[in-house]
Design a protein around this ligand. Structure first.
Ligand code: IMP
Length: 198
């Protein structure tokens, strides 16, 4: 079976690893945008969907293949949804995962357990080409709690502080396969793939 080549509009190694694992064995072959020397789009949108579309359209301009882009982040309900779309740059431009994690831990430390509700959100889009007027869109949400003592070594980003009540551990303590089954990104990708007809 000839695989459908799709460009992934992300340079985040954690995301690329997870999306590749989810699509292994399907009819899709993912090629990272780094193969096409894509210069990253500026994320000027105010919502996940706006930023996902900006990233996808930008990558599509560099290649002749369809593109998948994801915009994702963590929302703490008591912080009015922060860091939200700013998750990757919460501690400032060029911040590392560790910087962002420390900043959020300091912010949630004073919150009582009842106010630790949080969720990971992922919006994914598929564009057939840069001018595609009907992008395929999907969204995944993963509910949990934020904790101020990080645990676990797997995953990336905020995983060590995202407690998953159904599994009594953080998302950094889940195996990659289980995380992909449960996660916002896994759900969004599953739903996106079901809708794609190329
Ligand atoms: P984006 O590349 O602008 O979509 O930023 C996504 C950011 O959200 C990442 O850099 C992480 O900080 C955070 N994030 C998104 N998904 C996850 C996840 O599955 N685990 C941990 N952090 C995540």
């Amino acid at each position: 079976m000839e695989k459908q080549q799709i460009v992934l509009a992300s340079n985040n190694p954690g995301k690329v690893r997870e999306i590749n694992a989810c699509l292994a064995g399907t009819r899709f072959h993912i090629r990272p945008q780094s193969e096409f020397n894509v210069i990253e789009a500026e994320e000027t949108g105010l919502t996940f969907i706006e930023n996902a579309l900006l990233k996808a359209r930008n990558a599509a301009r560099y290649t002749q293949f369809p593109v998948i882009a994801d915009d994702s982040g963590i929302e703490v309900i008591a912080l009015k949804g922060r860091p939200g779309i700013y998750s990757a740059r919460y501690a400032g431009p060029g911040a590392s995962d560790a910087d962002n994690l420390s900043k959020l831990i300091e912010e949630i430390r004073p919150l009582p357990e009842a106010e630790r509700t949080a969720r990971f959100v992922c919006v994914m889009v598929f564009l057939r080409h840069a001018d595609d007027p009907t992008p395929v869109i999907s969204q995944g949400v993963w509910d949990g709690l934020v904790i101020d003592e990080p645990r676990g070594l797997d995953g990336f980003g905020y995983d060590p502080m995202f407690y998953v009540p159904t599994h009594n551990c953080t998302s950094a303590e889940l195996s990659p396969a289980i995380k992909n089954k449960l996660s916002h990104r896994g759900q969004a990708l599953d739903n996106l793939i079901k809708q794609i007809k190329v």
